[in-house]
Design a protein around this ligand. Sequence first.
Ligand SMILES: [Zn+2]
Length: 491
Amino acid sequence: MTNLRLHKIAFIAAFFCFLYRCTPNLRLIKYNPPKSSSTVSVSESKTETVVDTQTTTAETEAVDSLSSFDTSATVEINFSSAFDSTIDTTSFATVASDSSLELKWYPPHKIVKRRVRIALERNTSEASFSTSKKIFLKTSTKNIGITAQKFSVRCSKDGRFFFSGSKGVREISCPCTLLTSGTEDLIMFNQVLYRGNLVLLSEQKGTFSVINHIDVEQYLRGVVPLEIGKRPESLIEALKAQAVAARTYTYKRMLERKNAPFDMTATVQDQVYGGADPEYRESDLAIKMTEDLIMVYKDSLINAYYHSTCGGKTANIEDVWEKPYCSYLRSVSDLNSSGQPYCQISPRFHWQEKWTSAIFFDQIRNNLSKAFPEKVRQGSIKEISVKESFSCGRVKRCVFSGNNWTVDMGGDRLRFIIRRDTPDKSILRSANFKIVSLGSKEVLISGTGYGHGVGMCQMGAIGRAAANQSFEEILKAYYTGVVICAATEQG
Ligand SMILES: [Zn+2]
């Protein structure tokens, strides 16, 4: 054997040693999930409606006092008797072929990996459940087996809990957990099927909360479809970008709320979550192909805000919210090489809203007096005018004035003052708007984009995927200077 051959062998051996060391962070992906969902599929129209009307993640930040949902609670609760982690519900669709194989290395980022806790309902006194397979109700003292039946849990005014099933009523202790017995078992609650376990937590005044306790990757299967809609496999890079953004958002919230009774809500306050119902093949595939991938900036998980349609330019976080400058949440152009916005495919790229003047001024005065009770007085509004806009187009200063009072405000809060004339008084689609006419009979406002404008533009991500950008290119276009890492268990 020549020296040259020995060198070659040594080199190859060293390479495989290196490969072995990196194994935990290698993406060796084989996938072929089922062609159809095992549960209810999402219709195109429903998905479009959800995407078009959704306010995502960071809408949460601006909702604050307007919401009845208190996510700031930090009450310490002992979950040890309620959260059972011995049953594995984490497996995905069976790997069945080598038709697609991807190998890529990502730097590791250590995090505490645990199941996420999603508040499905809070402060209820009664909840009904059903299951087609066997599940167990686990309390600190008992395990009750439940098979193929409907059952309910009720809390009395004096804080006692009662379980009602086909064999009658019995008193139970709380917290307790509804445990599934297999990986594909689902529990129905409020007409929605859920994977993982449901935990019932005692709240004040004879009420309790229903919390879904579920593996993060499984949770994402019920988030990605509702956050970005049903998309074909040709746009899978957009689905992958959405999966990484949603996963990063999830782990960040889990870190921040580790001492709270739950990590997130299932609504636009955090991320819209529909349990197992909206799952579909391409979304599952995108989640699996990006398993454990998260975005990191300077060794910290990022706040991965995202929104529907930026309108051509995203927003600096400090411009739209009362939050500090953030290096990775900068205003960036969303134009392609021909100068066309990637998100112009959005049905809400341009919009117009109309009100009768009486309704418009009435709601503005009501909303302003709630937001600025010390300033705004009764009487008619004399002036509403846009004085200045940011370079991204969103309004920096809008002046409202009446008899001896003036409010000068800008950014995303304007959307909560100028609400649309819809039955639920939904907020204005974006803060990038112009007042077209402010007449005595009718008010007309036109605008661009949908959502707060911070972080990833979801419709832009779809446009970029259609232009053959990878999910990494998409994410790095919207989150300045981030690194894509593989989440690894903090040992
Ligand atoms: Zn955009």
